[in-house]
Design a protein around this ligand. Structure first.
Ligand SMILES: NC(=O)c1ccc[n+]([C@@H]2O[C@H](COP(=O)([O-])OP(=O)(O)OC[C@H]3O[C@@H](n4cnc5c(N)ncnc54)[C@H](OP(=O)(O)O)[C@@H]3O)[C@@H](O)[C@H]2O)c1
Length: 323
């Protein structure tokens, strides 16, 4: 049973996602939609889409599309997801889903009232390595998880899109979401205390930041990220029985992982190269959910999106208070 995808937006990640869809069994790039005819035709021709629409409204009105992938900048997500849902379309929306819990709650309620599938495309969460780390945690292989340290710096100057483009939503939503994901997965979405600080540019965009989260029993997370001179993405998870370090590759796209005890002996190791480019796992999850008639993914339920947005709101409030 083929799933016919509609692609909303024609930028960088839309191209990567289409590269993936081309190779996933039973997925079809059925239609693409852009704000301009030229870009719709360009992407449509590149990926052999049956339909190319020069407005998002036309795209979502096509009755033959099973699901729309929203690939626009963060600030546009609320509006574009709403357009899709109101037109009766299932939606996979790029991260960060939206900017506030209020917006997210409204869209979740709308999807639910119309029995439509809704998911944020937080691709890392569907990766075999991420799933293995969760399994190790559930099996108690870390012992009691005590600490998560993670950083995600992207290499860039003042010309970087995140620095310049106010529609992109800053480094918190674009980059820190990955360190936060691991912290929340291992320690929970409800720390007892958050300390967040950000450096902003003259356009009020957060470009470097740190987030420390304290939990009960002395557990904590220390997270940093932003635009720096070198690209770097590190993740360490420490527990009473052992530690896991991903240091040879960017942790959010890791394809191997090793768990060591405190004598530096290997407890377990796992390797799973991507079948395509790493986006295939979220695509397959979406298609499986649609076939099963689910309106949410059990791997990435919208409740986790709300948990993440609440934390980000706490961070933003602290930035404002420290001015
Ligand atoms: N999962 C991942 O690994 C990953 C990686 C990179 C980015 N992302 C996420 O994907 C989303 C898009 O990122 P991107 O890097 O693909 O951005 P991008 O290259 O700037 O593309 C965004 C596209 O959105 C459309 N758009 C609609 N309204 C727009 C507006 N007001 N300003 C600019 N573009 C607008 C444009 O397509 P048309 O002109 O054709 O309408 C544009 O090409 C973001 O949420 C980002 O966080 C995810």
């Amino acid at each position: 049973m083929t799933t016919r995808w509609g692609i909303l937006g024609t930028g960088r990640i839309a191209n990567v996602f289409c590269d993936t869809l081309l190779k996933v069994e039973d997925a079809e790039i059925y239609a693409v939609g852009s704000r301009t005819e030229e870009k719709a035709k360009l992407l449509g021709a590149k990926y052999h889409a049956k339909k190319c629409y020069s407005s998002y409204e036309e795209l979502v009105s096509d009755p033959d599309i099973d699901i729309v992938y929203v690939a626009t900048p963060i600030i546009c997500h609320y509006e574009h997801v709403k357009v899709c849902l109101l037109a009766g379309k299932n939606v996979l929306c790029e991260k960060l889903f939206v900017q506030t819990t209020e917006e997210a709650e409204e869209l979740i309620a709308l999807a639910k009232s119309r029995n439509l599938f809704l998911m944020e495309a937080l691709w890392t969460k569907f990766h075999p390595v991420y799933q293995k780390i969760v399994q190790w945690k559930e099996e108690g292989k870390f012992g009691d998880v005590k600490c998560v340290e993670a950083s995600f710096y992207t290499c860039g100057t003042k010309e970087h899109r995140l620095y310049k483009d106010t529609t992109q939503g800053g480094c918190l939503g674009d980059l820190l979401i990955y360190p936060l994901l691991y912290a929340c997965t291992m320690l929970g979405y409800k720390p007892i205390k958050v300390n967040a600080a950000a450096m902003k540019n003259s356009d009020n965009i957060d470009i470097v930041e740190s987030i420390q989260m304290q939990y009960t029993d002395g557990k904590f997370a220390a997270l940093t990220g932003g635009i720096a001179s070198e690209r770097q993405a590190l993740l360490s998870i420490y527990g009473t029985e052992g530690r896991m370090v991903i240091h040879k590759e960017y942790f959010y796209e890791a394809q191997s992982v090793t768990l060591l005890n405190w004598n530096n002996e290997i407890i377990d190791t796992f390797e799973c190269p991507f079948e395509i480019n790493g986006y295939e796992y979220e695509v397959k999850e979406v298609m499986q959910c649609l076939r099963a008639g689910q309106i949410q993914s059990m791997i990435h339920p919208m409740e986790d999106v709300i948990g993440m947005l609440r934390l980000m709101e706490t961070c933003r409030t602290q930035w404002d208070e420290s001015l």
